[in-house]
Design a protein around this ligand. Structure first.
Ligand code: SAH
Ligand code: SF4
Ligand code: F3S
Length: 443
């Protein structure tokens, strides 16, 4: 590669989960510390960071078309310096370097604190790859939090030891690690000082978080939530994504004890059939999952439930898929994500017999999504007539229109004289398929 001028502006393009959004924000902060500023909307950036996701095939393939568009001047007038970060960088770093000569830097999710050094090299014309894994080193090397949206993310836990047979995350994010209690309390406080009113605690298995509180007592996620709830100015706490097997009594009880903890639980189940769950190595059954949800509903009857589903796991029969529909009928999710099974290189399921035909997967997905949309619509319709707090997140499309979130994580549209970051009392007048229409309640 030829030496080049140091970039003056950057853009981070995030794919995948919320942990990538958090990482993308942190990379932005690092670049800002180097004097590189975010490229204004609609203008070319000198440096583009593609923060990639490897979870399904489509997500991973997307990066090559993105690189193509960037270099051929379709996304920007001038081709930028390109860095590939995130989970595809971790899994396929060498392949990216070989396949895409336009890429200057490949940096894994646990190594991006070294981005400034890599940038120095890139400016000299040297390509650089860093996919080292020790996750915890990164957090200490990152700059302090300065600015944030009213709804901020805070990564508390990384990695996964569960090895579900379909999933790449244990390979791209490494083993489960928990960040220390005191670091997290401090970062949460900084986020609130910087404008956060809601914090979502993040982890691939967030409820596997464990640590020691300031008195040296062993605590789980509930202990961390209790502590963060004491921060003045912080009004809402959420956490995602949980694993059914890491759920403990304290976390369930916290939903009845901590006012700031929002009535929402994202708990992926993947399938409603025990043979499939076993083949997936999920180590919970449909029944144990349902029992858990029951306990949450007992302490927090209005809790909104969300989940993840995979249809067409190798060997899944029609009857086994019906069990998933049965589970959905029983739970009545407020909201959920569902996917066609995608074979991922290096995972055990990718080489299992009886891979399911694409058409069968598509048909099952359509039926599942129908049921999930029905339930989401019913949940939203039942919100009509309620009055609730809405955290204002951004402007709507029309003048005077605003968008915020209800306690149950529904998007709420309304009109009025408010600002981003306000918490406003709102009367819900209409439930729509994926949002609510509200009216401000005057004092
Ligand atoms: N740690 C979380 C989420 C991991 S990834 C959990 O354990 O549930 C987010 C979702 O992507 C998963 O819940 C699963 O539904 C889906 N997913 C993961 N691997 C997949 C694959 N190979 N094909 C299709 N969907 C997949
Ligand atoms: Fe993937 Fe399973 Fe780990 Fe979730 S628990 S990240 S689905 S391996
Ligand atoms: Fe994707 Fe990596 Fe998140 S594979 S879902 S970006 S952990």
């Amino acid at each position: 590669m030829k030496p080049t001028n140091p970039p003056k502006t950057y853009r981070v393009k995030n794919f995948g989960c919320q942990m990538n959004v958090y990482d993308g924000d942190r990379m932005g902060e690092l670049l800002s510390e180097q004097g590189i500023t975010p490229a204004p909307e609609g203008e070319d950036a000198d440096l583009v960071v593609l923060n990639t996701c490897h979870i399904r095939e489509k997500a991973a393939e997307k990066i090559y078309s993105d690189i193509g568009r960037l270099t051929k001047g379709k996304t920007q007038k001038k081709a930028p310096m390109i860095a590939v970060a995130g989970c595809v960088a971790q899994a396929e770093g060498e392949e990216i370097m070989a396949r895409a000569p336009a890429v200057s830097m490949v940096v894994g999710p646990q190594a991006y604190h070294r981005l400034p050094d890599m940038l120095d090299k890139a400016v000299k014309g040297e390509r650089a790859t860093d996919t080292d894994m020790p996750a915890i080193a990164k957090f200490g090397a990152l700059p302090k939090r300065r600015r944030t949206a009213p709804n901020a993310f805070l990564t508390v836990q990384e990695g996964c030891d569960k090895f579900c047979t379909y999933c790449v995350v244990p390979y791209t994010r490494g083993a489960e690690i928990s960040r220390p209690f005191s670091d997290l309390t401090e970062e949460a406080r900084k986020l609130v000082d910087a404008g956060a009113r809601e914090i979502t605690l993040l982890g691939q298995n967030v409820n596997a978080w464990s640590g020691e509180d300031d008195a040296g007592r062993a605590v789980g996620l509930a202990g961390l939530i209790h502590n963060i709830a004491r921060i003045d100015g912080l009004e809402r706490i959420r956490y995602t994504t949980s694993h059914p097997n890491d759920m403990d009594d304290a976390l369930i009880e916290a939903h009845g004890e901590v006012d700031k903890l929002m009535p929402y639980l994202h708990l992926p189940v993947q399938s409603g059939n025990d043979r499939v769950l076993k083949a997936m190595n999920r180590s919970h059954t449909a029944e144990s999952y349902l029992k858990l949800l029951e306990r949450f509903r007992k302490v927090r009857p209005d809790i909104a439930l969300s989940g993840d589903f995979i249809v067409g796991f190798p060997g899944e029969t029609d009857a086994e898929f019906e069990d998933t529909l049965k589970l959905v009928d029983e739970v009545r999710y407020a909201q959920a994500y569902s996917f066609k099974y995608s074979p991922r290189p290096g995972t055990p399921a990718a080489t299992m017999d009886n891979q399911i035909a694409k058409e069968v997967m598509e048909e099952r997905l359509a039926r599942l999504q129908n049921a999930l949309s029905r339930d989401q619509m019913a949940f939203n319709a039942a919100s009509a007539g309620k009055t609730c707090d809405v955290l204002v997140e951004r402007k709507g499309k029309l003048p005077g229109q605003w968008l915020g979130k209800s306690p149950w994580l529904q998007s709420v549209w309304f009109e009025g004289d408010v600002q981003i970051g306000d918490m406003v009392r709102t009367h819900i007048v209409e439930g729509r398929p994926s949002s609510l229409r509200g009216e401000l309640v005057s004092d």
